[in-house]
Design a protein around this ligand. Structure first.
Ligand code: NAD
Length: 509
């Protein structure tokens, strides 16, 4: 399939306008399905970051943006959601040609999720306890006390390439809902949809409230994280880079949210409905070529069901159609880059070398019409043990490790034997067993008879080294606020203040 693509140039988006990088440099963005050049994007510098932060600072410090009434702010969030819906096609197109995400998923899920998140937070904002009055306390004496929740200030949002606009929205929507301003740094493989999103949002918010600086993580990302005028960093990406971000943010004690990697366990119990569990487990691992942080990459299967389950997994995986993401008939697109493909193939080699048995896929795939694309076959290993590299490290590709277990306690022990804790799942017909296992799994989200189902009114984030903090839901509003306690004494007579005697010995004077 030949797709005609306009090579467009995307400048930086600062203070409501498009600007080239300060040194005029650009970098190239390629379509991972075809290898074609699709865009040239401004390669931001430290100077550009400073400019964007200054714009965001000014919009926060010197305008009424942060003081907007909840009802008016709610209207702004609804207006953004309508703008996203109106530009759905262009957003999905820009993302498909750079991330390899299929238009079927982008249209059928991602855009809807973004629209719904802005609308969900628009409702929450109207009910949010921006100001709470406390009852007068017996100690330390009669007083009138408020708790105020205030925006944090300038927020840096650093995002990965797998779900660029959804993950940017997880940060931008709550930040704006609480009256903050934002500078986004998207991944260099996939900046296009985020730039478009910022332009769309800027139609509704004052200049400087939303800015995007594209460019290398080591320069643009680090400058943002270290910047003394940035108050919060919300980072999504690999655990290694997250660790570095946390160290750099520590210099200025920045409020930091980290959404990191995963190696999520998926447990089929012996009473599971296999007609659901088998397609569900494949959906859990192969959607978007396995490039989803909460993919169910370790599948735990009871000994006596093992062979039957594997046979059906392989049969169904063989039907997944790789193709051009712009073709609505495509089930799964490419992986993001040649480098990522080579990383995935090297993990497949490591699996074989450690004694796992390949039963499906295992090679790069050649797709008709996309001969220069970066495709990897859906791959399934059996005879995997939980200490193998393919079971311990995040591959971020279409590779499923099937691990046998004898009893549920063993499955739970192995499931939790990982540095990660982003997601987990269990398939069973018994609701009591499902809740019991869910309680024991160390993960920020547990799916029962399902996978990948995130709700915008529920929190998402990791246990252990999968991250710190939560996105989406009311929790995300808390994450973009800071709390102030305001105290007024109700005791006019100084001698009756309970602190007076603590310092002054002659309390009768
Ligand atoms: P990455 O860590 O390489 O990059 C993420 C972002 O950080 C990019 O914008 C990158 O340019 C920037 N960056 C790189 N070095 C930086 C530095 N030193 N300082 C500041 N910023 C820097 O991740 P990736 O390869 O883009 O994405 C894949 C990873 O993201 C996987 O590990 C995946 O699990 C994780 N992820 C997590 C979630 C989640 O919600 N937990 C969601 C999606 C992806």
């Amino acid at each position: 399939m030949t797709v005609e693509v306009d090579v467009r140039t995307f400048p930086l988006f600062i203070n409501g306008t498009w600007e080239p990088a300060s040194n005029g440099e650009t970098f190239d963005v390629f379509n991972p399905a075809t290898g074609e050049l699709v865009a040239r994007v401004a390669k931001g510098t430290e100077e550009d970051v400073n400019k964007a932060v200054e714009a965001a600072r000014n919009a926060f410090d010197s305008t009424d943006w942060k003081n907007m009434k909840p009802k008016d702010r709610s209207k702004v969030l609804y207006a953004i959601s309508y703008q996203i819906a109106a530009h759905a096609e262009e957003l999905a197109y820009l993302e498909a040609i750079s991330s390899g995400g299929t238009v079927r998923r982008l249209g059928g899920n991602d855009i809807l999720q973004m629209v719904d998140l802005f609308q969900t937070l628009a409702k929450f904002v109207e009910e949010y306890p921006f100001s709470e009055t406390l009852p007068s306390p017996p100690f330390p004496g009669p007083a009138h006390n408020f708790i105020w929740r205030e925006p944090i200030g300038v927020c840096a949002a650093i995002t990965p390439w797998n779900l660029p606009m959804v993950i940017a929205t997880w940060k931008i929507a709550p930040a704006l809902a609480m009256g903050n301003t934002v500078v986004v740094k998207p991944a260099s493989y996939t900046p296009l949809s985020t730039l478009k999103l910022a332009e769309i949002i800027s139609q509704v918010v004052p200049p400087g409230v939303i800015n995007v600086v594209t460019g290398p993580g080591a320069e643009v990302g680090e400058t943002l994280v270290k910047h003394p005028k940035v108050d919060k960093v919300a980072f999504t990406g690999s655990t290694d880079v997250g660790r570095r971000v946390m160290k750099l943010a520590a210099e200025t004690i920045k409020n930091t949210t980290l959404e990191l990697g995963g190696k999520s366990p998926n447990i089929i119990l012996e009473d599971a409905d296999l007609s659901l569990a088998i397609p569900g487990s494949l959906f859990g691992v192969f959607l978007h070529s396995g490039q989803l942080c909460e993919s169910g990459t370790r599948l735990f299967v009871p000994d006596h069901l093992h062979d039957a389950v594997v046979e059906q997994l392989v049969k169904l995986a063989g039907k997944i159609k790789l193709g051009n993401p712009l073709d609505p008939a495509t089930d799964v697109g490419p992986v993001i880059s040649k480098k990522q493909k080579e990383t995935i193939l090297s993990y497949i080699e490591a699996g074989k070398a450690e004694g796992a048995t390949l039963v499906c896929g295992g090679k790069e795939a050649v797709v008709a019409g996309c001969e220069n694309g970066q495709f990897v076959e859906p791959t399934i290993f059996i005879n995997v043990t939980n200490d193998m590299k393919i079971a311990r490290e995040e591959i971020f590709g279409p590779v499923l490790s099937v691990i046998r277990y004898k009893d549920v306690d063993e499955a739970i022990r192995l499931a939790n034997d990982t540095i990660y804790g982003l997601a987990a799942g269990v398939w069973t017909r018994d609701v009591n067993k499902a809740y019991d296992v869910s309680r024991k799994l160390q993960a920020g989200v547990v799916w029962i008879n399902d996978w990948h189902m995130l709700r915008n009114d529920a929190p998402f984030g990791g246990y252990k080294q999968s991250g710190i903090g939560r996105e989406m839901g009311k929790h995300s509003l808390d994450a973009y606020t800071q709390v102030k306690h305001v105290h007024t004494s109700m005791v006019p007579e100084i001698h009756k203040r309970n602190w007076y005697g603590l310092l002054f010995s002659n309390t009768n004077e």
